[in-house]
Design a protein around this ligand. Structure first.
Ligand code: MLY
Length: 265
């Protein structure tokens, strides 16, 4: 139901190994989503982590929620897992003696915040306590190894989860490299990031999984069946070769240009 990509065939083709479940700060069984669109909750402001705000559920993909802070615009939506400690029921902040804050970039005069808060919560759908799941434990140390396969959020298109490979390990950080995308979407993250998942997490959780990209899959890299083969870590760490006759080169339209890579999915 989520396209034709199969990890099983892909791993057999390439002989690569999935990162073990124990590497990840993710539940053994992905949590169910009990949130519904329109429900309100408390969330820490991603742009100002010390402040607790009101958020509305815009939608979900499996256990990942698309959230919008009340009083913010529709250009700053963010995604959180239902088992994320930065989410809590309405009333939690006040119980701890805290005050709900307007989001960074509150769209109205700050003096209007108390009235806005009252109006935004009046008659609102409140997310039930049972929807909030305890965060899974943090693995004691970074157990990722070079070449291990995983599923990872594309930070430039954060609704997408894609097949990826550990391209490098440095202390508590790993380099997440996206299969078939020549490095344009790669990033470093901590080993306990909530944006990385074991192979088959999407299938288990009901989240769509993107197929690997086609870039860097040249004729000589294709196997007999004509199936995808990812670049080796050493091939991948080399910058893509640039041909000065490539249209768009002089105009800066190479694939690393953020104006090209970070736009539409
Ligand atoms: N419209 C975007 C989509 C790229 C998505 C890449 N991810 C899956 C690694 C583009 O082609 O630039």
């Amino acid at each position: 139901s989520h396209g034709s990509f199969s990890w099983d065939a892909y791993l057999k083709d390439t002989g690569e190994i999935p990162a073990p479940q124990s590497c990840f700060k993710q539940a053994l069984v992905p949590p169910k989503c009990e949130f519904k669109p329109g429900m309100k909750l408390e969330a820490s402001d991603p742009r100002n982590l010390t402040s607790t705000c009101i958020a509305t559920v815009i939608g979900n993909l499996g256990p990942r929620l698309r959230l919008r802070l009340d009083g913010s615009d529709n250009k700053n939506d963010f995604w959180r897992l239902v088992d994320c400690d930065s989410l809590q029921p309405i009333g939690s902040c006040e119980k701890k003696g805290g005050l709900l804050q307007p989001p960074l970039g509150f769209c109205k005069n700050p003096s209007y915040w108390p009235m806005f808060l009252q109006k935004t919560l009046n008659g609102a759908a409140i997310a039930p306590d049972c929807a909030f799941i305890t965060e899974p434990p943090t693995p004691p140390k970074n157990e990722f190894k070079l070449g291990m396969k995983l599923e990872a959020v594309d930070r430039k298109n954060p609704q997408l989860i894609c097949p990826a490979t550990v391209g490098s390990v440095n202390g508590d950080q790993i380099h997440v490299t996206f299969d078939g995308w020549r490095g344009a979407f790669d990033y470093w993250c901590r080993y306990d990031s909530r944006e990385i998942f074991p192979v088959n997490w999407c299938a288990l959780s009901g989240h769509p999984l993107q197929p690997p990209g086609q870039k860097g899959v040249s004729q000589h890299k294709q196997n007999k069946q004509g199936k995808h083969q990812s670049l080796t870590p050493s091939e991948r760490s080399k910058p893509p070769s640039i041909n000065i006759s490539t249209p768009g080169y002089k105009l800066g339209l190479g694939e690393s240009s953020p104006s090209v890579c970070s736009t539409l999915p």
